[in-house]
Design a protein around this ligand. Structure first.
Ligand code: ZN
Length: 307
């Protein structure tokens, strides 16, 4: 990883990546919208107001700022512009900025930013129509494996097993539940698995499913969805949260989880037999804390040693 020599370098890169992210968000909005309508997103077709067909000029296409300055209305006819455009640009901007803040100018950052584009495009189509486009999931499998060439054969293999896990776990769920989930979720997770590698793919899946489960429970409790009725809740946005956490903090989180599992499974049978599991848990927590401190120290060392 390449650290930042000066604090202003980090701040400068964070700002640049926030702008870059917001611009990508704006572009992905267009790609998702046109894909759903079955129109090509490439080529020379200009963006227009959906109501009056007025062609948008340069000042109406600046991510975040245009929406805010125009207060979410078309300059020509005053028709409302969906707040979705603003939110997607904001979320992508913040996601890009947080990734470079965490990983610095590194190949991890590039890989994670590619992943965030995959997260955004697939979440958008899933939320709007419940549809996942194979072209936008499988291309991330290929991209993930290609980018991993940088780290060598082991990393490519890691990505391959990540993709296999992502697809396999959903294939299993679909077969066991006889179609309880869609194949789109499987291809999405295989794309993210190729970018994340197998360990982080498991972590992302776990966080995504837990987060989705909690949200569905809340929706059931407040009566937005109903028990027993076939109401589909898009899963990709929840999996995306898991993937984002894995891209951002996966290195620390997975080492924590694996150390937790290791200490929880330690062979000190006396303590387990005597029912003294509290000591085990306390030890695991101490290990977790140590790991966080070590990880933080490593970050410091990495950013200092470049001077
Ligand atoms: Zn208009």
């Amino acid at each position: 990883m390449m650290g930042f020599e000066f604090e202003f370098e980090r701040e400068f890169c964070v700002v640049i990546f926030a702008i870059l992210g917001a611009s990508f968000g704006s572009f992905l909005n267009v790609v998702a919208h046109r894909s759903i309508e079955g129109r090509p997103w490439w080529g020379r077709e200009r963006s227009i107001c959906e109501t009056c067909k007025h062609e948008l000029g340069f000042w109406e296409l600046i991510p975040i700022l245009s929406w805010l300055c125009l207060r979410g209305r078309c300059k020509n006819c005053g028709a409302r512009i969906s707040v979705r455009y603003l939110l997607v640009e904001l979320i992508t901007g913040i996601a890009f900025a947080s990734i470079i803040f965490r990983h610095g100018l590194s190949f991890e950052t590039l890989l994670a930013c590619v992943g965030i584009c995959g997260i955004m495009i697939n979440s958008l189509t899933d939320i709007e129509t419940g549809e996942i486009f194979d072209a936008y999931t499988l291309s991330f499998v290929i991209l993930g494996l290609l980018l991993r060439i940088y780290w060598g054969f082991d990393a490519i293999l890691d990505g391959f097993f990540g993709a296999l896990f992502g697809f396999g776990i959903f294939a299993l769920i679909i077969i066991l539940s006889r179609g309880g989930m869609g194949w789109g979720d499987a291809t999405f997770m295989s794309g993210m698995g190729a970018l994340l590698g197998w360990k982080l793919a498991i972590l992302a899946f776990y966080i995504g499913i837990m987060f989705g489960g909690i949200c569905v429970l809340i929706l059931l409790l407040i009566g937005k969805i109903h028990w027993g009725k076939k109401e589909s809740v898009p899963l990709v946005p929840f999996l995306s949260v898991g993937c984002y956490v894995a891209f951002l903090y996966g290195d620390v989180t997975s080492s924590l989880l694996f150390s937790f599992t290791r200490s929880a499974c330690s062979k000190n049978t006396n303590e387990i037999i005597s029912g003294n599991t509290a000591i085990q848990i306390a030890r695991s927590c101490k290990n977790l804390l140590m790991n966080v401190m070590i990880a933080d120290k490593e970050c410091d060392v990495i950013s200092n040693c470049e001077c």
